[in-house]
Design a protein around this ligand. Structure first.
Ligand SMILES: [Fe+2]
Length: 161
C-alpha cells in the first residue's frame, strides 16, 4: 500500500493493529496456559475474549469501506513475543514466571494503548465518529487491562526477595 492520504495512513495503521490483535489473541491463550495464579489467569482469559471483540471492531472499519479485513504484519508484536520467549528461557527461578508474564502483558498493553491513541487522532481528523466509538471501546479495555496487569505484577512479587 502506498500511503498518499490521511485515510490511507489510517487504514494502514488499522491493518497493522488488526494483525497485532490476532497475534495478541493467540499470545494471551499461550500466556494463560503458562500461569497458575488464578487472578492472572482469569485476567488473561478475559482479555483474550475482549481481544476477539476488538478484532470484530477493527473488521467493522474495513466493512464500512466495503473492504475485506486486511492484515499487515506487525513486527512490533512479533518482537514482543520473542522478548517474552527469551525472558521465559532466561528465568532461573520458576517462581518469577508469573511475574514476568504479567510484566510482558503490561508492556504489550501499553504499546497497544499508544497505537490506539494514534488511531483515534486519525479517526477524529477524518470525521468518522463511528470509528472513534469503536476505537474508544478497544482503548478503554486495554487501559483497564494494563492496570490489572500492573496490580497483578505487584501482587506477584515473591515475599522473600
Ligand atoms: Fe490488549
Amino acid at each position: 500500500m502506498r500511503i498518499q492520504s490521511i485515510e490511507q495512513l489510517f487504514m494502514f495503521e488499522v491493518a497493522k493493529m488488526l494483525d497485532a490483535e490476532h497475534f495478541v489473541a493467540s499470545g494471551l491463550q499461550m500466556m494463560a496456559r503458562e500461569v497458575g495464579h488464578n487472578g492472572l489467569k482469569n485476567a488473561l482469559v478475559r482479555h483474550q475474549a475482549q481481544t476477539e471483540e476488538q478484532i470484530k471492531h477493527l473488521n467493522k472499519i474495513f466493512e464500512a469501506y466495503g473492504l475485506e479485513p486486511q492484515r499487515i504484519p506487525s513486527k512490533t508484536f512479533h518482537t514482543l513475543n520473542l522478548e517474552y520467549q527469551d525472558l521465559l528461557l532466561s528465568l532461573g527461578e520458576p517462581e518469577f514466571k508469573e511475574l514476568a508474564t504479567a510484566l510482558a502483558a503490561e508492556k504489550a498493553e501499553h504499546y497497544e494503548i499508544a497505537a490506539y491513541r494514534g488511531l483515534l487522532t486519525l479517526a477524529q481528523e477524518l470525521g468518522k465518529p463511528d470509528f472513534v466509538d469503536l476505537l474508544k471501546i478497544n482503548l478503554g479495555q486495554k487501559q483497564r487491562m494494563a492496570k490489572a496487569m500492573e496490580e497483578c505484577a505487584a501482587k506477584l512479587i515473591p515475599a522473600n526477595v
